[in-house]
Design a protein around this ligand. Structure first.
Ligand SMILES: Cc1cc2nc3c(=O)[nH]c(=O)nc-3n(C[C@H](O)[C@H](O)[C@H](O)COP(=O)(O)OP(=O)(O)OC[C@H]3O[C@@H](n4cnc5c(N)ncnc54)[C@H](O)[C@@H]3O)c2cc1C
Length: 381
């Protein structure tokens, strides 16, 4: 067993970290205030090969592993978790198109997504179905030349901003087997968006409802086979959960790094606050918890790369553990900054706000516990 990163993996991490420090961190607070991320950033990220991180090389992607991807998301999130997690959603969609899309779908939607001339959104959640995603109601009726979509998707990251939407919709009966996946292009007749959601964190990413009113989509925009869309969506989520965990890890690590610096500078009762043993113990606990989270995350990613039978369980356990650890550490870092932690200038309160949603999306952490418990009980039988 070898826990060390390879030279190539270290280089990937360093490259993503340096890119974030130069091109993301200095602007992250402005983008948050503006509520958007300039699209020029995506083409720069695409040029680094990060628009299709684990898209196969045959399809034009970088062909990296899930473990490599966690390094990239950890490194980018040290600059901004909101930007990094948006890239994660885009990559999740790109991988679905790579794994299941026809050559035609790949040519039209995957190729520009890899260069990030276009960005993709993932549309599963609806106003009436979140955790119970297989209960989705958006309907895609077959017509002579394709599908006619009617329904509403909720909480869509990149809604009204992305260039194409990977939409899970019902082509058959109730339940997961009646669900298919289609790509809907921005500008399509019958596609419209709700108002901008006013959120606690992830503020630089626009989140809106995505609405379909007799939205006609060509039959060729079907991804893979009819009735398999839910399976595709769930397969995308295993990796998405690792990425989101990596985003929590990287942002929490940057909060801890900032806190270490701050505690050496801030004085109380005549000495730097890093001299109080109670606070030193908190630093030790945070370091231990982040290292444990990192090791666990990388093990889960390794399992997904190897395709082990327990990979889904490990992705769920890692998502639950790493996102909760990340939030806890970030919140402690805010506390150790005293009142200054509450001010935007110190960059900690943004991390606390951004990380909170990682416990909710890509499957809530209650649903992660459900996946783990179900697996435990079925293994027992
Ligand atoms: C900022 C943001 C961005 C998002 N981006 C996207 C996106 O791009 N695409 C997309 O498709 N979705 C997106 N989502 C939606 C997200 O995935 C859902 O919010 C999430 O899956 C939870 O669904 P819900 O909000 O309907 O909560 P509900 O499912 O209504 O859950 C409410 C509570 O009940 C708990 N619960 C539900 N069922 C069970 C159960 N069986 N056992 C125990 N507890 C249970 C939940 O854990 C939660 O605590 C986003 C959400 C947010 C907030």
């Amino acid at each position: 067993m070898d826990f060390a990163l390879t030279e190539e993996q270290t280089a990937i991490f360093d490259m993503a970290k340096a890119f974030g420090e130069e091109k993301i961190a200095p602007f992250a607070q402005d983008w948050e205030r503006q509520g958007t991320i300039p699209k020029t950033l995506w083409t720069e990220i695409g040029a680094l090969g990060l628009g299709g991180i684990y898209v196969s090389e045959e399809s034009g992607g970088s062909g990296l592993s899930r473990l490599d991807a966690t390094l990239i998301f950890e490194a980018l999130s040290m600059s901004c978790a909101s930007v990094a997690s948006f890239l994660s959603i885009h990559n999740m969609c790109a991988k679905m198109l790579d794994a299941f899309g026809s050559d035609d779908v790949k040519a039209r939607y995957l190729t520009p997504a890899i260069s990030m001339d276009t960005v993709l959104s993932y549309c599963l959640t609806e106003p009436g179905s979140g955790s119970d995603a297989a209960a989705l109601k958006t309907r895609a009726e077959r017509s002579n030349d394709g599908y006619v979509l009617n329904g509403t998707k909720a909480f869509i990251s990149g809604g009204g901003y992305s260039d194409a939407y990977v939409v899970m919709c019902r082509t058959g009966d109730d339940g997961p087997k009646g669900i298919s996946t289609v790509v809907v292009e921005d500008g399509n007749d019958g596609l419209s968006f709700g108002g901008l959601e006013d959120k606690m964190g992830w503020k630089s990413q626009p989140t809106r409802q995505v609405q379909f009113d007799d939205c006609k989509v060509p039959a060729d925009n079907l991804v893979g086979e009819e009735g398999k869309g839910f399976k595709y969506a769930m397969m995308g989520l295993d990796g998405g959960r690792l990425n989101i965990s990596a985003c929590s890890l990287g942002a929490a690590q940057s909060a801890l790094d900032k806190t270490l610096t701050y505690m050496g500078e801030r004085k109380a009762f005549g000495k730097p606050i890093d001299q109080f043993q109670a606070l030193q113990f908190r630093l030790a606990d945070m370091e231990t918890e982040l290292q444990a989270a990192r090791t666990f995350l990388r093990q889960a990613a390794w399992k997904l790369d190897q395709g082990t039978p327990d990979a889904t369980k490990f992705c769920a356990m890692a998502k639950r553990f790493v996102t909760e650890t990340g939030s806890k550490v970030a919140n402690q870092c805010l506390q150790l900054h005293g009142g200054y932690g509450y001010l935007a200038d110190y960059g900690i309160e943004k991390i606390v706000r951004d990380l909170r949603v990682h416990e909710i999306l890509e499957g809530t952490n209650e649903i992660m516990r459900l996946i783990v418990a179900r697996q435990l009980l079925s293994d027992r039988a």
